[in-house]
Design a protein around this ligand. Sequence first.
Ligand SMILES: Cc1cc2nc3c(=O)[nH]c(=O)nc-3n(C[C@H](O)[C@H](O)[C@H](O)COP(=O)(O)O)c2cc1C
Length: 185
Amino acid sequence: MDALAALTTRVSPAALDTPGPSAAALETILQAAVAAPDHGRMKPWRFILIEGTAREKFGALLAQSLQRREPAAPAGKLEAERKKALRAPLIIVVAAAVQPNQKVPEIEQVVAVGAAAQNILVAAHALGFGGFWRTGANAYDVAMKRALGLAETDAIVGFLYLGTTKTPGPMRQGDTTSVTRRWAG
Ligand SMILES: Cc1cc2nc3c(=O)[nH]c(=O)nc-3n(C[C@H](O)[C@H](O)[C@H](O)COP(=O)(O)O)c2cc1C
């Protein structure tokens, strides 16, 4: 798939299945990630791969995080949260390890990591895989960061779920006119 086709036809699938990307495809996807614009070449991105049975442990983290937020959450809700980890054969946690830098403010480092995350989704799509981006309260949970081996000061930019599209998501009609204007001074 050429680059423009990949960029303009990517959508979030409604459901994913196995197989996930092969080792070679994953390396290509990660190469696309680190090709994102990176002010100061700071490499602010960190990628944590969760596959196989590690997904069950990640599911336990999701459920624990929910229980901390909602101590009275019913068992069914906790179980649904736990199962979210099994929605895809591969989860890439994309995080920003922001470093103090006089020329590159924090927002630019986080945006660079966002660009890397987008490159992951588009590269996966170009290779024939589906992927969707999730955050939610789990991304801002300090205990979650710690359990994933991140520092409290790191930002989880996204949990990217990748696999083979089982149920496609709805295509979107790209609307540029309502959000674009020409400035002439
Ligand atoms: C930073 C970021 C975080 C997101 N977090 C969530 C999320 O937690 N839950 C969700 O349903 N969608 C989330 N989304 C949006 C979806 O991933 C998706 O892009 C959106 O539903 C539009 O669908 P599309 O990708 O098919 O255009 C997030 C998007 C971004 C950029």
